[in-house]
Every structure is written in structure tokens, then in C-alpha cells.
Design a protein around this ligand. Structure first.
Ligand SMILES: [Ca+2]
Ligand SMILES: [Ca+2]
Length: 303
């Protein structure tokens, strides 16, 4: 084979190899670019979903925007928009307040309504007490420093009031009760402090704490919501005293005593839960703010 023939012989494979290499390069570059575009668009969707949630929060913070207003929902989940849920933090139970008041009954009744045994409830309450009180003296069924050390968790309990509701999941003997109750967080607050507001209390706590019947709960909720049938609007019937509420419900004896022990007529703190959407991405912001102008926001959480 002469020199020219040799060159011809290797030229074809070389050209084919170059074509294959270039094709590979194009596919690789195409993949990278599409990945960039995708992550860019994901970041953009996350950004827009948060902006949507922020718009919802701005509305929720406006005292002129009432519960039930059509302004509280805009757009939809598949394109973009937001939905705002307004509730009242004073309808929840503050563990710091009730432990420091020395009231165990409120927890016993709540945990019993969740289906917990008396022993499990007692151990949970004692351990919560030990977590919150400043000393290291263990309650009968509780857990103090030595118990946590034995469990491989030195440095606990906190020996101070809870700083966040989720901290309750770290409390020995209480954690299993919470794990068994879906949505347990909905019953608690650390922002509102005091007895539960009868103006805002919801059926599960009314039933659990004062053993109100479903029809008593419905009568109360319907009466206080006013003509529009919606809680937290201008036409609400203001409840003046627990005695008046008990009279209205025909609650005597134990029911009346329980209403007086666990509820009062004060307390008003707006809880704004705003969920923003953009192209399948959602972003949630929860804000707690006292009602009334110029009051400072108490909590801002995003997830
Ligand atoms: Ca303690
Ligand atoms: Ca109303």
C-alpha cells in the first residue's frame, strides 16, 4: 500500500470518530443547558411562590380584611396564586402558662381526648413539668437531668419555658403521645398566654376540656359567629362572661365549673397562614400578630 492509500484508509474512521465526538458533545451540552434552564425555572417558581405567600400575608395583616373575604384567595395551585387562612391563636392552649399555673387537668383531659391512657398522660405531664421547671428534682413519673443522661441525651431538659411548640417533641415521655396524634401542634401556642378564649375556642377543645356535647358546641359557635356565620368578623356576638355562656348553653354543675376553669372571654391574636403557589411549587408563611393597629408581630415562620 502506497502512502496515499494509507491516508485514505485512516481518513474514513477518523471522520466517523469526529462526527461521533461532536454528536456526543452536542448531546452533553444540550443536557447541561436543559438542566440549567430547569434549575433556573425551579428557582424562579420558588421565588414567585414566596412572593405570592407574601401577598397573602400582607392581606392577612390588614385589619380591614376579614375572615371569609374573597380577597383571601387568588389564582390556583397549578398556575400561580395564594390562599390565606385566618384563625385565632387565643383558641389554643399554652403549655408554659398551664404548667406554671400548676394546672394538670387541662393536659389530662386533652390527652384523654386523644385516646392516651392515664399512665401515659401522667408521665407526659410530669416530664413536661420537669422540662419547664428550673430545678433538677424529678417529678413522680417525670424526667430530669439524670434520666436524659441515662438515655444518652446529656444537657437536657431545658429547665426553662418552651421557646417553640416543636420543643415538646424533645420532652421524654411526652414525645410518644404527640407522635400518636396527627396535627397535635394545632392545639398549642406559646404566643398567646392565658386561659383559652371562649370567643374563639374550637369544637375539639370545647369537647375535651368542658365535655360540651356536639349540639352545645354548635349552638355556641353559631351564636358567636353572628349573622354571617363566620368567626372573627364585625358582626360577631361578643361573649361578655363565662357565666353568661354557661347560662346560654344550659351548662350547670361540672360543665359550668370546667368552663370557668379553662376558658375566659379575653384574648385576641390573629394567626395568618398564607400558602403561595407557582407551577406546582408551594411556599407557606405563618405569622402571629396581635389584632389592632401598631401592635408588633410576634412570630414569622416559613416553610
Ligand atoms: Ca427541671
Ligand atoms: Ca361573624
Amino acid at each position: 500500500m502506497n502512502c496515499r492509500s494509507k491516508i485514505r484508509a485512516i481518513a474514513l474512521p477518523l471522520v466517523l470518530w469526529c462526527i461521533a465526538f461532536l454528536a456526543g458533545l452536542v448531546i452533553l451540552t444540550g443536557g447541561l443547558v436543559s438542566g440549567w434552564i430547569e434549575s433556573e425555572s425551579l428557582a424562579e417558581r420558588k421565588f414567585v411562590a414566596r412572593q405570592m405567600a407574601l401577598s397573602g400575608i400582607a392581606l392577612g395583616l390588614n385589619p380591614a380584611v376579614e375572615n371569609g373575604s374573597p380577597l383571601l384567595r387568588h389564582g390556583n395551585k397549578n398556575t400561580e396564586g395564594y390562599e390565606v387562612k385566618l384563625t385565632n391563636e387565643a383558641a389554643r392552649l399554652n403549655p408554659n402558662f398551664w404548667i406554671q399555673s400548676g394546672n394538670r387537668a387541662v393536659f389530662n383531659r386533652l390527652f384523654a381526648s386523644w385516646g392516651a391512657s392515664l399512665d401515659a398522660a401522667e408521665a407526659g405531664i410530669d416530664s413536661l413539668q420537669d422540662w419547664i421547671d428550673a430545678d433538677d428534682f424529678g417529678s413522680l413519673n417525670g424526667a430530669e437531668r439524670g434520666d436524659y443522661e441515662q438515655a444518652g441525651r446529656p444537657g437536657y431538659p431545658a429547665n426553662r419555658p418552651l421557646k417553640h411548640i416543636r420543643e415538646m417533641e424533645s420532652v421524654m415521655n411526652l414525645a410518644p403521645l404527640l407522635a400518636a396524634k396527627q396535627g397535635w401542634q394545632d392545639d398549642f401556642t406559646i404566643w398567646y398566654s392565658g386561659k383559652i378564649s371562649i370567643q374563639h375556642a374550637q369544637e375539639p377543645l370545647l369537647k375535651a376540656l368542658a365535655e360540651l356535647t356536639p349540639s352545645q358546641c354548635q349552638s355556641l359557635i353559631q351564636m358567636r359567629a353572628g349573622l354571617d356565620g363566620i368567626d372573627d368578623t364585625a358582626d360577631d356576638q361578643k361573649l361578655e362572661s363565662i357565666e353568661a355562656v354557661a347560662d346560654f348553653l344550659g351548662a350547670g354543675g361540672k360543665q359550668r365549673a370546667d368552663l370557668l376553669e379553662f376558658f375566659d372571654t379575653s384574648g385576641d391574636m390573629r394567626r395568618i397562614e398564607s400558602t403561595g403557589w407557582c407551577g406546582g411549587i408551594s411556599h407557606k408563611i405563618v405569622v402571629i400578630a396581635p389584632t389592632g393597629a401598631n401592635e408588633q408581630m410576634m412570630s414569622w415562620e416559613e416553610r
